[in-house]
Design a protein around this ligand. Structure first.
Ligand code: ATP
Ligand code: MG
Length: 224
């Protein structure tokens, strides 16, 4: 099933900047889709459109058979709760332990204590950080901090994960291992959209979209 579709999308910023023109792409459920392209080509803009943070000037964006461009602000807030987001900066709370950082989204939802504990233990195992519950992020390597950020994004079990250069601050080996963790999620039918500068990482991708610098052409290639 196609879970994400962009149909002829243009985005225009209020100052007239038009980073994306006539973008069409479709992403199959349970796959890892890469967006690559040079700085300024519109990768983050594309993710922000998918997150419903921007409205396209032209075109439609369909997620799970729903046109997100017609949703109200309230509906968009609900929609975003079904997405997980990871960024280049891990945005962890430094004075909170790994457990507390990962548990935070469930605490905010009022999830019962025992269930929070079970979920955190399970998700930390998935990212290879079981046993690090009481450690402060500060005492972890940057690769492990990013694993914590991934665990925090996975804890609510979103069906779609949006990752904006999650490996941007990591060396190539760590970048590969972080990408592998995200790839593993596809075996659970999670769909992952990942932005990267690094062509090398596209070997993990099921499909890849390449954004060109101006005049803004998008080519989508199916690698496997
Ligand atoms: N709020 C904004 N208002 C006006 N122009 C913007 C805004 N945000 C981004 N842009 C411009 O839109 C273009 C695309 O920006 P975007 O951040 O999507 O690129 P990117 O591919 O993510 O780049 P990077 O690899 O550096 O993160 C750039 O020219 C940028 O300067
Ligand atoms: Mg960007």
């Amino acid at each position: 099933m196609k879970i994400i579709e962009f149909n002829g999308v243009d985005h225009v910023f209020p100052d007239g900047t038009k980073p994306l023109q006539n973008i069409s792409l479709s992403i199959e459920e349970g796959t890892l889709h890469f967006i690559v392209g040079p700085s300024g080509s519109g990768k983050t803009t594309l993710l922000n459109l998918l997150l419903g943070l921007y409205q396209p000037a032209v075109g439609e964006i369909w997620v799970n058979k729903c046109n997100i461009c017609v949703l109200s602000e309230r509906q968009l807030t609900l929609y975003r709760q079904h997405l997980g987001a990871i960024f280049q900066q891990n945005n962890l709370i430094p004075h909170r332990t790994v457990f507390e950082n990962v548990a935070m989204p469930l605490w905010l939802r009022g999830t019962e204590r025992k269930e929070v504990h079970q979920s955190v233990v399970s998700v930390l195992s998935e990212v290879g950080l079981r046993g690090f519950e009481d450690v402060l992020p500060l005492h972890l390597s940057s690769g492990d901090q990013q694993r914590v950020a991934i665990a925090r994004a996975l804890i609510t079990r979103p069906r779609i994960i949006v990752a904006d250069e999650p490996t941007g601050n990591l060396d190539r080996q760590l970048a590969g291992s972080v990408t592998e963790i995200l790839k593993l999620q596809t075996t659970l039918r999670v769909t992952v959209i990942m932005v990267s500068h690094d062509e090398e990482l596209t070997r993990y991708a099921d499909t890849t979209s390449r954004l060109a610098p101006a005049p803004n052409a998008l080519g989508t290639s199916t690698l496997t």
